[in-house]
Write a protein that binds this ligand. Sequence first.
Ligand code: MN
Length: 248
Amino acid sequence: MKILLTNDDGVHAPGLKALAEAMTALGEVFVVAPDREQSAVGHALTLHHPLRANRIDENIFAVDGTPTDCVNLGIHSLLSFKPDIVVSGINRGANLGDDITYSGTVSAAMEATLMGIPAIAVSLVTSAEGTNYDAAAQFAVKLAAAAQKKGLPADTFLNVNVPDLPGERIRPPLVTIQGKRSYEGTIIDKVDPRGRNYYWIGTVDLNFKDIEGSDYHAVSRGHVSVTPLHLDLTNYNSIALLKKWDIF
Ligand code: MN
């Protein structure tokens, strides 16, 4: 099995190292990752300047671009084969609910899905540096093996969040739905030393709605959360409603 890893915390991040080590149990591991932190860049693709890939080890490339760039470069140029699976992570911090639309980690898995390659995004639920990447990596190996054996549904990838707990304290994995959060009061509005206003989008507490069956509901109770995601954002329930507008 050939495995391509990437992330958005940068090629030297501890979560990626733990993942790379654990994944060798499944096959040959290749890393194509940003050369620096690229968290919250979403699905950004670099089009207006060239990219450089620096081979920093036999199977490890550092790219001066986004996670989506890395998947593109990896699959279309740096690797001479199509990987069997792409795993993105392990991210330092959760990717739950609506937050996934900002996530570089999740977007890298999304990009692989667009290319028809099975993909998994893995995040550690921590508000600090994170300590239990190894336990999360062990789960990622188990899940990747299962995905390889069973195959993922078409156009679908998995968004995984693992509580930052020692392996023996992590509760069993649950299949979940994408949760919801409230975003109020997250902008810090201050005045700089020269009297001009500045705004800083603040980090917020995990103020998610505690929806039964959601990703947040699972991880906040110590379970691993696995949410199957697809790229079709159409709200099918709204189509009939919209068609009733007199402009259509
Ligand atoms: Mn990140």
